[in-house]
Design a protein around this ligand. Structure first.
Ligand code: ZN
Length: 345
């Protein structure tokens, strides 16, 4: 997304007040567990679960669509390596990656970040135990199914990928999903569906066609593509269904709310005061020493290094598809509104 001079000025102002920018700059002490030139991971000082880690870009971006492609790939490409390190450090069987887009979805600061929550059976964390009883009207399913491939096509035109030629194959572990849902987008690496009954109308599930269960087994490029898809799904429901915010919740590996340990990203449309309020938690004081948790994770993260060569090199292909953009003006307005929403909190 191109930032106008007005937005740039607004961001510079926001940045001066940003607590995470201060933590990143070292003006406030942080429990840092990993960093490189572009990204930084630190323990949440009010953890909801042991090993609760915040991962962010060092540059200040309030929302996901502002992150430039190069940084997006670097950042989300590191998710598998960080997951592996956190799971090893905490000795957990599963992980959640949690993202709140907008105030109504629980975004508390205007510095975009993701939460890593290490999970295991019996950990007592039930926020992501969804009651699936909402369905989406046929006409709205059509809006999402028509526009999702258009957005992804636009993405591939901006960021060509040599591996992408079409819909790809169906791994056997996903055959049941095709039967019980409506497919809204698929390519060689991801399958995006609307379940007949979701946690909210417009709930989208995104599966990896590369890996059934463990996010840490994905390559940099596969992980970045999975999160690109989730980001577009979030923008799609935000715009297409006119909701107030979105949550992106990745489940991977076993926990009480994911007994088979399947890898899936849930994109949840959020409205002010909807019945998904219990997804977001209140800050808690830890009853254990955060420094010892930080050192256990740091013992595993020191060898993480982002390498470009794990990415697939792009090949530019001519395009013959006529694509209708979904109202860029309204995207801009909605995002501005979302930023204001965050600032209110
Ligand atoms: Zn910031």
């Amino acid at each position: 997304m191109q930032l106008t001079p007005e937005i740039k000025a607004q961001l510079a102002e926001q940045k001066k007040q940003c607590i995470f920018c201060k933590l990143i700059a070292g003006e406030i002490e942080a429990k840092t567990v990993f960093q490189d030139d572009v990204t930084i991971a630190m323990l949440d000082i009010n953890p909801i679960i042991k090993g609760h880690t915040l991962f962010m870009l060092k540059e200040h971006y309030p929302i996901m669509p502002y992150i430039p492609a190069g940084e997006f790939t670097h950042y989300f490409g590191l998710v598998p390596a960080l997951t592996h390190a956190i799971k090893e450090g905490i000795l957990s069987t599963g992980i959640n990656v949690f993202i709140a887009n907008g105030g109504p979805a629980g975004q508390r600061a205007p510095h975009f970040l993701i939460h890593f929550l290490p999970r295991e059976n019996g950990d007592g964390f039930f926020n992501f135990m969804f009651k699936k009883n909402a369905s989406l009207e046929e006409e709205n399913i059509k809006i999402l199914a028509n526009n999702f491939p258009i957005m992804m096509n636009n993405h591939f035109q901006r960021n060509p990928a040599s591996w992408h030629t079409g819909k790809g194959n169906v791994p056997s572990y996903l055959t049941g999903i095709y039967e019980s849902t409506t497919v809204v987008y698929e390519d060689e690496k991801v399958l995006c569906v609307i379940p007949h009954k979701g946690a909210a109308p417009g709930h989208i599930e995104i599966y990896s066609k590369i890996e059934e269960k463990n996010i840490e087994k994905l390559s940099v490029d596969d992980s970045a593509h999975l999160f690109y898809t989730a980001s577009f799904a979030a923008t799609l429901v935000f715009e297409g269904l006119k909701v107030h915010g979105t949550n992106i919740i990745l489940k991977s590996g076993t926990s009480d709310d994911n007994p088979q340990g399947k890898l899936c990203i849930h994109v949840l449309p959020r409205m002010q005061n909807d019945n998904l309020q219990n997804i977001v938690w209140e800050p808690k004081q830890p009853k254990y020493d955060l420094n010892s948790v930080a050192s256990k994770i740091k013992d595993k993260t020191w060898k993480i290094k982002y390498t470009e060569e794990t990415k697939v090199s792009p090949i530019v292909k001519p395009s013959v598809i006529q694509i209708k953009e979904i109202t860029p003006k309204s995207t801009f307005d909605e995002i501005q509104k979302a930023i204001k929403e965050i600032q209110k909190d």
